[in-house]
Design a protein around this ligand. Structure first.
Ligand SMILES: [Zn+2]
Ligand SMILES: [Zn+2]
Length: 336
């Protein structure tokens, strides 16, 4: 059967399934027979950008597959290994950020499903440098969302730097948020969930959120309930939600921004920031240890994503539902 992949045809263009013959893997590449690939909000964001470095582009940056061929210099991997593909394709390996374990901020990096072809295809060639081994017992549709949603969620929760017993508010209970909630609880934090969708708030309560509140009045509600939270993570780029997250902070607390939007802006209230000693930081992916931990956690039953299964042909329709906030947990394409 001819290999197929989901392409972004041009900047702001159509998302469509096409035949895709990747050819033999090049230097530093691995050819994967894919088992599953999750559909991320960033795929949607990339499809709305005025400029994309590579088009037509195979989209997708959270996939699990098996290595069927290796190019030269592809590292310690072997044919037959089961690996995860993340957004971070390769980095320079030599700069001070790479040396400090902060590869994700390397200025000379490539990204799967953005600056090079991604993982949303039956057979794909990807960069081998940053691939991660995936435990054999973990189902592909559960492992795939860990490569972006899980990794980024754990990176943000750990990056918030809270101690057990402190309060974390999670704004946006989608693919990332519903995993961040599980990680936060596992780390002993008191977690609050915020979303516009009652179905997602219901899911958050079932997962163990101390409180689950609608986004519109969240700031006031969290100030009233606890005098504010010690940190808030915004997995959404909706300015109104970020404003509420900022309002929910207690003195000396921090707001961590994760959800990206091509033209999203947030107005920072100066006096509150200064007089309450507040911080606002970006949080992007996680460390290598975070990536390995999300798989170990999931194998132990912590941070198992709630998923819906799809075929390759469904991707465009799923992206429309994602845009409307209608996907509960993560939508994942299976290739078998
Ligand atoms: Zn992603
Ligand atoms: Zn570097």
């Amino acid at each position: 059967m001819t290999a197929q992949a989901v392409f972004l045809s041009s900047a702001r263009g159509a998302i469509e399934v096409r035949d895709h013959e990747p050819g033999p893997p090049g230097a530093g590449e691995a050819q994967l027979e894919m088992e599953a690939c999750g559909i991320c909000h960033s795929d949607l964001m990339i499809s709305t950008l005025d400029k994309v470095p590579l088009v037509p582009l195979v989209v997708g940056h959270e996939g699990v597959g098996r290595i069927r061929a290796l190019g030269e210099g592809a590292g310690a991997l072997a044919v037959g290994d089961r690996v995860g593909v993340t957004y971070l394709a390769s980095t320079c390996g030599a700069c001070e950020l790479c040396a400090a374990g902060l590869e994700r901020f390397c200025p000379r990096q490539e990204q799967h499903g953005f600056s090079r072809h991604g993982a949303m295809g039956t057979v794909v060639n990807v960069a081998a440098q940053q691939l991660v081994r995936v435990p054999p017992g973990l189902a592909a549709e559960l492992a795939a969302p860990l490569c972006c949603a899980g990794w980024t969620a754990l990176g943000a929760v750990r990056g918030a730097g809270l101690a057990a017993g402190q309060r974390l508010a999670i704004f946006g209970m989608g693919g990332l948020g519903h995993l961040a909630l599980q990680y936060a609880l596992h780390l002993g934090l008191r977690a609050v969930a915020v979303d516009v969708s009652e179905a997602k708030l219901e899911q958050a309560r079932a997962l163990g959120a101390e409180l689950a509140v609608p986004a519109a009045e969240a700031g006031r509600a969290l100030l009233k309930a606890f005098g504010g939270v010690d940190a808030a993570i915004a997995f959404t780029a909706a300015p109104s939600a970020i404003q509420e997250a900022f309002r929910a902070l207690r003195r000396r607390a921090a707001l961590h921004l994760v959800g990206m939007g091509a033209s999203a802006r947030f107005d920072l209230p100066l006096n509150d920031t200064i007089l309450k000693g507040l911080s606002v930081r970006g949080s992007y992916l996680g460390t290598r240890a975070d990536l390995e931990d999300v798989f170990a956690f999931a194998a132990a039953g912590v941070g198992v994503p709630h998923v819906e299964r799809h075929d390759l042909a469904d991707v465009d329709a799923v992206l429309q539902r994602l845009r409307a906030g209608e996907v509960l947990g993560r939508a994942v394409v299976r290739f078998d």
